[in-house]
Design a protein around this ligand. Structure first.
Ligand code: SAH
Ligand code: TRP
Length: 322
């Protein structure tokens, strides 16, 4: 197994105070990164394979169709992927790149060690010409701890992970990526688009209940991390589409009135029906995405969609070279 390099230097590591402060607010929430421990990463893979979760297979279809074009157009020799998960879709691009290049470098940055291991298992056997680097870290804090490169690079941010962040955080993240981009670098960004509400809602309420398990698992993660005793059985999975904000909101809903002891000896009281927000998943229009790109000094070069326009891959460059 390839060595995993930890690039979190600790200065931005969230302590229990910051993570739990979100639970003490009037509108309670939990940082979404806690969804992804080993179990969470396994469940996420299962979600991707459900009938209802159209995002993965749609993005995959687009990549099957356009990967060769993207590779010959960008002429990149290296990929750097943020939040790679299992890299199953990235493999399509890499296979094309390996046909067109003598050598390729692939770096994955993910907060989940399990995701990095899955990524390595997915890619290790495809070619001796491929070098794989695994970095464990937080893409919101640790991008500057990644090594720089002289190769033409393709930055990748797939799976509509951008949609899991509000405007301010998304722009901050995109700007950090833009700062790292050199003249011949490109950025491939995959985002989910606005569509029929029923299609969207069912993607976050799969019949097999994997999304429910994924959502509830965040309680296990913070129980372990902060020595708490949240009981999964006291919560329901609740995912709805907020039309006004064009976003799915995923909550844990308290089934009954309950108290949970916090590490600082404060008591967290939850009323029956009270909700904790665990994730947003925004759905974009070309306009809302263009606004984010503009504010992040990124320029759209090309975009690739499926027939139904469910999902779009945007190929971007930094505006500093225009
Ligand atoms: N790109 C993959 C996985 C998407 S799920 C796909 O399209 O299928 C989001 C991925 O980002 C997970 O692997 C998760 O572990 C990772 N992730 C979530 N928050 C992160 C953070 N703050 N920093 C780094 N990785 C993160
Ligand atoms: N980026 C994915 C999305 O927005 C993450 C995701 C998929 C997700 N399914 C989920 C997050 C279920 C929380 C719950 O769709």
């Amino acid at each position: 197994m390839q060595k995993i390099e930890n690039i979190s230097l600790g200065k931005n590591k969230s302590n229990s105070k910051t993570a739990l402060s979100y639970l003490k607010r009037k509108k309670k929430s939990l940082p979404t990164k806690y969804l992804y421990d080993e179990k969470g990463s396994n469940l996420f893979e299962k979600i991707c394979n459900t009938e209802e979760y159209y995002l993965t297979r749609t993005e995959q279809k687009i990549l099957n169709k356009y990967s060769a074009e993207i590779i010959s157009y960008t002429k990149v020799k290296e990929f750097l992927e943020l939040g790679s998960g299992s890299s199953k879709k990235t493999k399509i691009l890499l296979m094309n790149a390996l046909e067109q290049n003598a050598f390729m470098n692939y770096s994955s940055l993910d907060i989940s060690e399990k995701a990095l291991k899955m990524s390595f298992n997915e890619l290790e056997s495809i070619s001796k010409k491929l070098k794989i680097n695994l970095y464990k870290g937080d893409f919101l804090h640790d991008l500057n701890n990644l090594p720089s490169s002289k190769n033409n690079r393709l930055f990748l941010f797939l799976g509509s992970t951008l949609g899991n962040f509000d405007d301010d955080t998304a722009i901050k993240l995109l700007k950090e990526v833009e700062k790292k981009m050199n003249k011949n670098d490109f950025f491939l960004l995959g985002v989910d688009k606005i569509k029929d509400e029923k299609v969207i809602t069912s993607a976050y309420n799969d019949k097999q209940g994997y999304t429910k398990q994924f959502n509830l698992n965040i309680l296990n993660v913070i129980n372990k991390k902060y020595n708490l005793n949240f009981n999964q059985e006291n919560f329901n999975h609740h995912a709805l589409y907020n039309q006004t904000k064009s976003q799915v909101e995923m909550y844990l809903e308290s089934i009954r009135k309950q108290n949970v002891m916090l590490p600082d000896d404060n008591i967290l009281s939850l009323a029956e029906g009270e909700k904790i927000l665990t994730e947003i998943s925004r759905k974009f229009s070309d306009e809302t995405l263009s606004m984010l790109l503009k504010k992040s000094s990124l320029r759209k070069i090309k975009s690739y969609s499926d027939n139904k326009k469910y999902f779009t891959l945007y190929l971007l460059k930094s505006t500093k070279y225009f």
